[in-house]
Design a protein around this ligand. Structure first.
Ligand code: ZN
Length: 521
């Protein structure tokens, strides 16, 4: 073995970039599958994607990856924590070890079970028949528990699954964070409901011609900095954002001609994801320094633009007059305040994807607790519908009339995505904490928003978050950017301020008590 540590490191990077060629080709095939592929192309497309996935997996798990990691670890820079090299080696090692620990038979069995599971779930949801889905869920839970055992964990098998989406995060840490959040959210929602005030909800459900919706959504995406020279916007049934290359980031949305909100806020959401991808350093594409930090951080970027910015009054001071010019009939009798109230209504509901900013997180906490119990074995799939309904009664004071509007509403578990749900709430919390800091650093931000100027904020995010890729783990990044660990306090302060104006609830006191989660004992 005559490689120097420098040569080993360079070879690792070369192989990562080669693997990125395979994975990004798969991403393009997957984008095509969801946007424009003819139906009869499905079975061959599945073969193409399975083939590329196998190639990428073989490259990663090749024993040479282990050799190169060991040799490159001798690099002086690799000894310094937080050096780019140390981060690169940490993240490649994490992916390599995880992939190596999973037996091929388990990976293949999971792929099969989740393909069948998603088909069964779709059918079960359509026909409101949980019993037909139950055996699939039982099989998937069993396989995910095997996955957790194979990967290994310190305290909870759930951590082994969570780690895939939110590296370094643990159930115990989230349980504490979310317990405080739940209590405070319940308080705010209760105060809002006690006011008995409701916005004119109907103003969003009028005629909003699709071509005009598209013009407005595109102009908003451009205003916040989405680069259409390095991206596209298309139409799909389920909106998503996909990175096909360092200068090719694609988003999709769906339009409802009788509802203003889903497409407009959906585009802001996906464009927020895309700004993160467009803000990564192109020369590091496919390596850890050019890869998003975690799903929670990714979601913080989408929710920051969708909610913190896109549902704010200053944003609409700029966009509402434009919307009124475009949708003359539908917005003629609507004031700016009525519109801002309508897009921020708090209303407990049964369906997660239709939930408002406040109640949304309760939907997530329910799923977080239930999926943890499924993985530890404390809850059996047979008992899921009743456990689900009980949680909805406790948390939202609502009882689902059937399982289609209850435990069958989300695709995640049928696709084997356990440990994914909490990243949505983490995204909301990170978004609020980052935005609080951005407001301090950019004192003119509100004034800029009123004038439709958002690029200073985008550049702040690029500088502080995007360009680092995976150099820091999410918790470290948060501390580095905001000076403290993640807390629910900025999010709740933000909600309270907003609802003080819209509903007249009590505004946050000026000096905030220190967040309970940040204290030890
Ligand atoms: Zn998202």
């Amino acid at each position: 073995m005559s490689r120097t540590p420098q040569q080993a490191y360079a070879e690792l990077i070369r192989r990562e970039k080669e693997r990125a060629l395979i994975n990004s080709s798969a991403a393009l095939l997957a984008w095509d599958e969801r946007t424009c592929m003819p139906r009869s192309g499905a079975s061959y497309r599945a073969e193409q994607l399975a083939y590329l996935a196998r190639l990428a997996h073989e490259m990663l798990t090749d024993p040479i990856t282990g050799d190169l990691l060991a040799e490159a670890a001798e690099l002086p820079a690799a000894q310094q924590s937080h050096s780019p090299e140390a981060a690169v080696l940490r993240e490649i090692r994490r992916a390599y070890e995880r992939a190596k620990k999973l037996p091929r038979s388990l990976v293949e069995e999971l792929a099969r079970a989740t393909t069948l599971g998603q088909q069964a779930w779709e059918q079960a949801r359509r026909t409101n028949n949980y019993a037909s889905f139950r055996p699939h869920l039982e099989r998937i839970v069993q396989l995910k528990r095997q996955e957790a055992e194979a990967v290994g964990y310190e305290t909870s098998p759930y951590d082994a699954l969570l780690d895939e989406y939110e590296p370094g995060e643990t159930f115990e840490n989230l349980r504490k964070l979310f317990a405080g959040l739940r209590q405070e959210l319940g308080q705010i929602i209760g105060e809002v409901q006690a006011t008995n005030r409701t916005p004119r909800r109907d103003i969003l459900e009028r005629d909003y011609p699709i071509p005009l919706q598209e013009v407005l959504a595109r102009s908003a995406a451009v205003a916040i900095g989405f680069d259409f020279e390095a991206g596209r916007l298309d139409v799909t049934a389920h909106p998503f954002c996909s990175s096909v290359g360092p200068r090719d980031v694609r988003i999709t949305t769906r339009y409802n001609p009788r509802h203003f909100a889903p497409a407009f806020f959906g585009v802001l959401h996906e464009a927020g994801h895309a700004l993160y991808e467009q803000g990564l350093e192109p020369e590091h594409f496919g390596t850890p320094l050019g890869t998003p930090c975690s799903l929670g951080i990714h979601e913080s970027q989408s929710r920051l633009w969708e909610n913190q910015v896109g549902r704010s009054r200053p944003f609409w001071e700029h966009f509402f007059p434009r919307a009124q010019q475009m949708f003359v009939e539908s917005l003629r009798d609507v004031t700016l305040d009525e519109f801002v109230f309508a897009i921020n209504e708090v209303r407990p509901s049964l369906i997660r994807v239709e939930a408002d900013e406040a109640t949304y997180n309760l939907h997530i906490l329910i799923r977080f607790e239930l999926e943890h119990a499924l993985i530890t074995g404390d809850l059996l799939p047979a008992d899921l519908p009743e456990a689900w309904n009980e949680k909805y009664r406790q948390y939202l004071r609502l009882t689902p009339p059937d399982d289609a509007q209850g435990c069958l509403q989300d695709i995640h578990w049928s696709a084997g995505l356990f440990g994914y749900f909490p990243t949505y709430t983490l995204g909301n919390l990170y978004a609020a904490q980052f935005m609080e800091k951005a407001r301090q650093d950019l004192p003119n931000l509100e004034e800029q928003m009123r004038r439709g100027k958002f690029l200073d904020l985008r550049d702040w995010l690029r500088e502080n978050i995007h360009r680092h890729g995976q150099r820091y783990r999410a918790a470290e990044l948060c501390r580095k950017v905001t000076g403290r660990g993640l807390s629910w306090e900025p999010f709740l302060t933000y909600l309270r301020n907003k609802y003080a104006q819209l509903y007249g609830i009590k505004a946050p006191s000026v000096s905030q008590p220190k967040p309970a989660v940040a204290k030890k004992k």
